[in-house]
Design a protein around this ligand. Structure first.
Ligand code: NAG
Ligand code: NAG
Ligand code: NAG
Ligand code: NAG
Ligand code: NAG
Ligand code: ZN
Length: 327
């Protein structure tokens, strides 16, 4: 999960660096929610001198911490917590709340208009949904999700970033709170077979990639797609929960993670577009591939109920209905 909003200076030199700074200042003035603070660490995914194995050295304050994300989720070790109730999703069904899609040089990010929020799910309060972005590998055959499940890495992972409502979008305050942010992680799985352009919502989303092929590019998204449209087929009452961090520097340990068990299915051609369309810099720079952080130290993971107790519960119900039926 990424939260940086402004300065991205690595790889930029001379006048292009100046352009970045001007662009960053413009963003800060135009978008009151953006906080440029001190995001100036030069990190990357592609070069061994700045890729994630180096983050503990180049951003040691948090990236070398003990509550880091992503992690490998081991379902058999997840503890049951009956407090993990379902969520309420406000304006996830709205087709007018996706604001702007941008190429940050590290990911493809979609900002959300205000009014989208989540609550429930054992979160301490309501959280405002600020943006979503993606992590991927290299096409549908080289997976690039951040979290893994029993070591399985999915082709992509979508992160919806939410900030505690009481901070009013001030992410400086949110990252200073151990539960200031709530991230929703959705795995993207390739559809089997040779279907193309599915689902329609993802076809639309992917169609904007050609408009943002260079870092810093952004366009506004016409109305027509909702968050619900992008998350078809996922039972959002089934998830894993743990306390972790941002998965990009400065890796602040401020994130309540929710990783949904069921993946979103997207056709291979659309998954492939992400690693073949957007560049990490200008048109002569590398394509954006393998944009994910490696697995960090395990954390305690909880979930609603194990499949064993589900079975137990339904057996119990069956027995009960047999008894009642006889009475
Ligand atoms: C990271 O933390 C460990 C202890 O948890 C320490 O031994 C190591 O020196 C730290 N590395 C850096 C680069 O700060
Ligand atoms: C559920 O929430 C209650 C009240 O906050 C708490 O006392 C209890 O420990 C929680 N249960 C688990 C399994 O965390
Ligand atoms: C965000 O909160 C910090 C810390 O309380 C404060 O210094 C800063 O001015 C706030 N930013 C905005 C835009 O309100
Ligand atoms: C996006 O690119 C398409 C062609 O690929 C073009 O027709 C369209 O006008 C562009 N949209 C914006 C907002 O730039
Ligand atoms: C792309 O960026 C590089 C490095 O900043 C620069 O040397 C090159 O001239 C740029 N190319 C184009 C086509 O803008
Ligand atoms: Zn992310």
């Amino acid at each position: 999960m990424t939260l940086y909003r402004c300065l991205q200076t690595e790889g930029a030199t001379g006048s292009s660096k100046m352009k970045w700074i001007v662009a960053a200042l413009a963003v800060c003035i135009l978008v009151p929610r953006a906080h440029c603070a001190s995001e100036s660490v030069a990190w990357c995914y592609h070069d061994s001198s700045c890729s994630y194995t180096q983050w503990p050295t180049i951003a040691p304050k948090y990236c070398n911490g003990s509550r880091q994300s992503p992690i490998d989720i081991v379902p058999a070790s997840a503890e049951t917590d009956s407090n993990l109730t379902s969520f309420s999703f406000t304006n996830f069904g709205s087709t007018t709340h996706l604001d702007e899609i941008s190429n940050t040089g590290k990911t493809v990010k979609v900002t959300l208009k205000s009014g989208v929020s989540i609550s429930g799910g054992d979160l301490p309060e309501s959280y405002d949904s600020l943006q979503f972005h993606l992590h991927w590998g290299k096409g549908s055959s080289v997976p690039g999700s951040e979290h893994t499940v029993d070591g399985k890495r999915y082709p992509m992972e979508l992160h919806i970033v939410n900030s505690k409502g009481s901070y009013n979008g001030n992410t400086t305050q949110a990252v200073a709170d151990s539960t200031g942010l709530a991230a929703l992680g959705f795995f993207i799985e390739a559809m089997s077979g040779d279907e193309t352009g599915k689902p329609e919502s993802w076809k639309k989303l992917a169609s904007y990639l050609s408009n943002i092929s260079n870092s810093g590019d952004h366009i506004s998204i016409p109305s027509g797609i909702s968050l619900d449209d992008l998350l078809p087929g996922v039972d959002r009452s089934k998830y894993y929960r743990y306390l972790g961090s941002l998965t990009t520097p400065n890796c602040n340990e401020a994130v309540v993670w929710t990783v949904f068990k069921e993946p979103v299915k997207v056709s291979k051609d659309l998954i492939d577009l992400f690693s073949t369309t957007v560049h990490i810099g200008n048109s002569s720079s590398l394509l954006m591939t393998n944009v994910y952080r490696g697995i960090q130290k395990a954390q305690k993971v909880t979930t609603q109920s194990s499949s064993a107790s589900n079975t137990c519960y339904s057996l119990g119900l069956m027995a009960l209905s047999l008894i009642l039926g006889k009475a």
